[in-house]
Design a protein around this ligand. Structure first.
Ligand code: FIX
Ligand code: ZN
Length: 451
């Protein structure tokens, strides 16, 4: 088999165990399931039907920072983790003069209280990340009007993590998801090496940033683990890096390899990063039939005092991506780009190279106005051959708001697309729309990995 993506197809309309949709054929004013749409079916009924289909279709979330429950210390969940999310830390630290290092020296509970106070009590929580907390709490049945942090804490403290996991996945309509797995993370590595019984909903993705972007540190690690690597990228060293990738690809059953890159990343080039790609990573991916995910345009540590919240964005030079797609047609590239300014160029590039699969509205682009703009643009330029969103959730509960908010935008955008289609005389059936939505929520990704 090519890639390790499980071949289970996304079942039609089987998503939520949570009550969400009615049988498709019984919707008042809705569309027939397989016959063509009555030409006079009102636009509102079409929009409603699409909203229901989008709400009920299960998602394969292809990039998160969540962990299999076998990593209990790494799987974040609950109100305090929701509040100290680095998106919110960045926003809260704009509202106070508290020195950054004082903030970081506080225990998590105090950090959460400070963020709650600044962003939810002293100001209205209008930002996307703040609204996300409220969408999540509301979906979990909590009363957000009370603004009662201690009560929220008591509720979460009473939850059993396994049951809470099932509930969050069900409310988000997430059927399975990819983690971000780094052997360079000590806590994570030890669990993988010990071995554990996998939760089939949590698939692995092998993250290799240090290999490409921080070779001196990566080399020291590899040497400590017994690999015969030197400072220069000799044939022997490259062979050992390859052996390292082999071991970890198999150990975690990686669905793809993944790296984030700065805006000025160039290839081909004489840089170590370029060599590492061309001589090790790309051949490894080809041999295993695995895609390489590239997350382009992040400027790490623009403000190091903000720690995880201190990364920024720059417009990427997409000539590097063009060179990769063109020079390596046997490699598959999954790509998301952080800068809004790159999005049109990226779509055009995807039209030229079928080994390029676009995914997600990453990080600073994951706000409704840009998600809508990007999703419309991608549909208009690429049709249905891309994956419009991933959650990037770092906290389990965030799955709920990331997917609720995205589904709202997707339903709106698709309602317009299909209405425009109907205006031409083309009559989409419910089954056709369901097929398309399933593709957008994971099906197209699975197909592109298998090709
Ligand atoms: O590099 C990444 O995978 C980024 O998504 C994260 O590092 C980033 O901190 C994040 O959480 C964005 O949503
Ligand atoms: Zn991420």
């Amino acid at each position: 088999m090519a890639a390790g993506i499980p071949l289970v197809s996304l079942p039609m309309n089987s998503a939520r165990k949570v009550k969400r949709s009615e049988p498709r054929s019984s919707l008042p004013g809705g569309l027939p399931t397989s016959a063509s749409t009555p030409p006079d079916a009102p636009r509102a009924a079409l929009a409603q039907q699409i909203e229901r289909l989008v709400a009920a279709t299960p998602v394969f979330d292809i990039h998160t920072h969540l962990y299999d429950p076998a990593f209990p210390a790494l799987l974040l969940w609950g109100i305090d983790d929701l509040l100290v999310y680095h998106y919110l830390a960045a926003e809260a630290l704009r509202q106070t003069d508290l020195p950054y290092d004082r903030f970081w020296s506080l225990p998590k509970t105090r950090q959460a209280e400070l963020i709650w106070d600044q962003l939810f009590v002293r100001h209205s929580p209008v930002s996307e990340a703040c609204r996300g907390v409220l969408t999540t709490l509301n979906a979990l049945g909590l009363d957000v009007r009370k603004r009662d942090l201690p009560a929220l804490r008591r509720w979460f403290a009473a939850q059993d993590v396994r049951a809470h996991l099932d509930r969050c996945l069900a409310l988000a309509g997430v059927e399975r998801l990819c983690m971000t797995n780094s052997p360079f993370d000590e806590a994570e590595r030890l669990v993988w090496e010990r071995g554990f019984r996998r939760d089939a909903r949590f698939l692995a993705a092998l993250r290799i940033d240090p290999l490409v972007m921080a070779w001196p540190e990566a080399r020291a690690q590899l040497a400590a683990w017994g690999y015969g690597v030197s400072r220069t990228l000799s044939a022997q060293t490259l062979g050992e890096v390859r052996r390292f990738l082999e071991t970890w690809t198999r150990r975690i059953d990686a669905q793809y390899l993944m790296v984030s890159l700065p805006p000025d990343f160039a290839i081909p080039a004489r840089s170590r990063a370029s060599q590492m790609f061309e001589r090790v990573v790309l051949p490894h991916c080809r041999d295993h039939g695995l895609p390489l995910a590239l997350m382009l345009g992040v400027k790490r540590a623009v403000n190091p005092e903000l720690r995880l919240a201190g990364d920024g964005v720059g417009r990427s030079d997409l000539r590097a991506l063009e060179s990769l797609c063109s020079a390596y047609p046997q490699n598959k590239f999954l790509v998301t780009v952080l800068s809004r300014e790159n999005q049109h160029e990226l779509c055009v590039l995807a039209r030229k190279f079928r080994n390029l699969h676009l995914f997600g509205c990453w990080w600073f682009t994951n706000v409704p106005s840009l998600v809508e703009e990007m999703t419309r643009l991608r549909l208009e330029l690429l049709g249905l051959s891309f994956t419009p969103q991933h959650s990037d959730a770092r906290v389990l509960d965030q799955l709920i708001y990331k997917w609720t908010h995205f589904r709202q935008v997707l339903a709106r955008v698709l309602a317009d697309q299909y209405a425009d289609l109907r205006a031409t005389g083309w009559e989409p059936t419910v089954d056709e729309i369901q097929r398309d939505v399933s593709d957008l929520l994971g099906g197209a990704f699975v197909k592109s990995c298998r090709r």
